[in-house]
Design a binder for this molecule. Structure first.
Ligand SMILES: Nc1ncnc2c1ncn2[C@@H]1O[C@H](COP(=O)(O)OP(=O)(O)O)[C@@H](O)[C@H]1O
Ligand SMILES: [Mg+2]
Length: 257
């Protein structure tokens, strides 16, 4: 019985990270990271600038290799699979990079078609159109389909970027600072969208942010990266209900301005 319970629990993890270390020269960025992400949860990663948050998600998608440790994504060890297997895995892991831009010379429609046509060569024109329209509708921007990115607001461009990530129907979505550079009201829209995506597409996510309103709104759990390790992982309240001198400034900065 105990054994079965353990097996079920294993099956629910979509990302399993143990003892992950990564340095650049003498600069030790990740110093033994342990982290699990469960199926259909949004896990928020918080941390100051330069603490290794983007490095972590680049390791998860195999763009950087760890120095040591174990990184398993959807049951596969990312640093032990072939390049072909890695490309197949990346189709199941959508990542929207910090500052990842749309293609300025393409319409919204063409921006969304691009990953589909490149990765799913057997789709008919009708199927591509349908997928693009469905996804634009999901992010509430079907009316922009023929516009150029330069005609859109910052918040709209973020939404289209998220739609482009989702169009391949990834099981996991990695959002790197999805609300960076947006005004507070637009941030709330993006937070709502992240929650809608989780419900509608049954995705599991890591959401990297500095923004505690975002963390509170989208995070089923929050993990705080401090000094190269996840010192605190739990609900928002569990993480911030602390006298840890390294956590408090974070909270004060966001809420007592
Ligand atoms: N490819 C790289 N080569 C050398 N240093 C890097 C590289 N990528 C990141 N770093 C360094 O690692 C640290 C963490 O970077 P990053 O993960 O981008 O921080 P953040 O938490 O702000 O996302 C930074 O100091 C950065 O300069
Ligand atoms: Mg970053």
């Amino acid at each position: 019985m105990e054994q079965k319970k353990e097996t079920d629990k294993q099956a629910e993890k979509v990302i399993e990270i143990k003892g992950l270390r990564k340095s650049f020269g003498n600069f030790h960025v990740l110093k033994g990271i342990d982290l699990d992400v469960y199926k259909r949860e949004n896990l928020v990663v918080l941390g100051k600038s330069g603490t290794g948050k983007s490095v972590l998600i680049k390791i998860i998608v195999g763009l950087l290799t760890p120095d040591s440790g174990d990184v398993k994504v959807l049951g596969q060890h990312v640093d032990q699979i072939t390049y072909k297997e890695l490309l197949a895995l990346r189709l199941k892991v959508g990542f929207s990079f910090q500052n990842s831009a749309l293609y300025d010379s393409m319409t919204v429609r063409e921006n969304l078609e691009f990953p589909l046509i490149r990765n799913q060569k057997n789709l008919t024109k009708g199927e591509v159109n349908l997928a693009v329209e469905e996804m634009l509708d999901a992010v509430g921007l079907l009316n922009t389909i023929n516009q150029m990115p330069s005609e859109l607001s910052g918040g709209q461009r973020k939404r289209i970027g998220i739609a482009r990530t989702l169009i391949l129907r990834p099981e996991i979505v990695l959002y790197d600072e999805p609300t960076a550079g947006l005004d507070p009201i637009t941030c709330l829209d993006i937070n709502n969208l992240i929650n809608e995506v989780q419900t509608r597409f049954h995705t599991s996510s890591i959401v990297i942010t500095h923004d505690l309103t975002c963390a509170k709104s989208v995070g089923n759990r929050v993990a705080m990266l401090l000094d190269g390790q996840f010192q605190r992982v739990g609900t928002f309240e569990e993480v911030f209900n602390t006298n840890d001198e390294r956590v408090k400034p974070f909270y004060d900065y966001n809420f007592i301005q």
